[in-house]
Design a protein. Structure first.
Length: 366
């Protein structure tokens, strides 16, 4: 009954919180080179648009609608043009704005797509995409821009830009980036995804907080790894695709269930079975990151495996840090009370995320 009361209170709080735009913290861009021109397309989600252009929300309801984005699209495009730099052989190219578009992705998320073209000098040696001035506050520090590179005669390339690494350089007279270099990038992207994926971290913590011997922990982590790896591959290859909103709600539900179970569970020897089932859902969540990239077919399997390896490295690093503390706690007299307190906090976040994702709200701090 105590758990039920906690859930009811959290749900009530969720309904009384103001609604704000959802923050995806990821934008997408494409650089396409022709014989004499370069085209750059930048797509940004409504939540990040609201961070950059709060005045677009003309009715002050905390949500951007298509007509509001369209009304300010030209101004937004001009503002971003001043902060997007295409540089060829140390010379900044003047950008010519194309007609901006507002589109929804397959999951219904609203994006503003702004496009620019530039004339290339004859026989360029290198070209840089510089987003230094754009990837700054008010965008969050965890924001990532996923850049796709399309160059004639080369396989499509991929890069990840951030506030720490806002510039990508493409050397046109050198061999394209090696597959191993791309693998390294996606291992790091997988590690970053798990480290800033607070819902995945909460799920892992809920699984291991009850404190057991090493053998049950290994079974739990292995079951989670196998399950989410399967659905990560299937979803990225688009053999099995589920709506993002349903997947994200399922992830939140897994957190709620495990947190509630911790209030009475004393033996985790069979928890790996439940973990295996929920791992399928989390795998679809991991796949959403890669699916949005429209990965090139060349090197697809290697890139996919690299991202998955990065997720596992991130996951193991988190468990390695947490488990010694949990093991120490399990040998103390206050262990059971500590498990309930930690599980209660995880439950608060889980229910908050669940309501947020089911009803398309946005109020959670993480």
């Amino acid at each position: 009954m105590k758990v039920l009361r906690i859930v009811i209170v959290v749900v009530a709080l969720c309904w009384t919180r103001p609604v704000e735009a959802h923050q995806v913290n990821t934008s997408y861009s494409t650089l396409t080179l022709g014989d004499s021109t370069a085209e750059f397309v930048f797509a940004i989600d409504e939540g990040d648009l609201l961070l950059l252009f709060a005045d677009l929300d003309s009715n002050d309801d905390g949500v951007l609608w298509v007509d509001e984005v369209l009304a300010g699209a030209t101004g937004s495009q001009s503002w971003m043009a001043e902060r997007i730099v295409l540089r060829v052989d140390d010379i900044d190219l003047p950008l010519e704005a194309r007609h901006p578009r507002v589109e929804n992705d397959a999951d219904g998320n609203l994006f503003l797509k702004v496009a620019y073209s530039a004339t290339l000098p004859e026989d360029p040696m290198r070209i840089q995409v510089d987003l230094t001035a754009l990837l700054q506050p008010p965008l969050l520090s965890v924001h990532r821009n996923l850049l796709k590179l399309s160059v004639p005669g080369r396989p499509d390339g991929l890069a990840v830009l951030s506030a720490e690494q806002p510039v990508h350089e493409l050397r046109l007279r050198e061999a394209p980036v090696s597959l191993w270099s791309q693998v390294g990038r996606f291992i790091w992207l997988g590690m970053e995804h798990i480290w800033i994926g607070y819902d995945h971290i909460m799920f892992l913590l809920a699984l291991i907080v009850i404190g057991q011997r090493l053998a049950p922990l290994v079974k739990i982590v292995t079951a989670f790894t196998v399950a989410h790896s399967l659905t990560l591959i299937l979803a990225t290859l688009e053999w099995v695709v589920l709506p993002s909103r349903l997947v994200e709600a399922g992830i939140a539900l897994s957190i709620v269930y495990v947190a509630v179970e911790n209030f009475w569970l004393r033996d985790a020897r069979h928890r790996w079975i439940l973990t295996f089932c929920f791992g399928f859902v989390h795998g679809f969540g991991f796949a959403n990151v890669l699916r949005d990239l429209n990965l090139p077919s060349e090197g697809l399997i290697a890139t996919l495996l690299a991202f998955n390896i990065g997720v596992e490295i991130g996951q193991v690093s988190i468990v390695t840090i947490l488990f010694p503390v949990i093991l120490w706690m399990s040998r103390r007299s206050f262990h059971q009370r500590a498990v309930q307190v930690v599980s209660g906090l995880i439950l608060l976040f889980g229910v908050g995320w669940l309501v947020e994702r089911l009803f398309d709200l946005s109020y959670m701090p993480l």
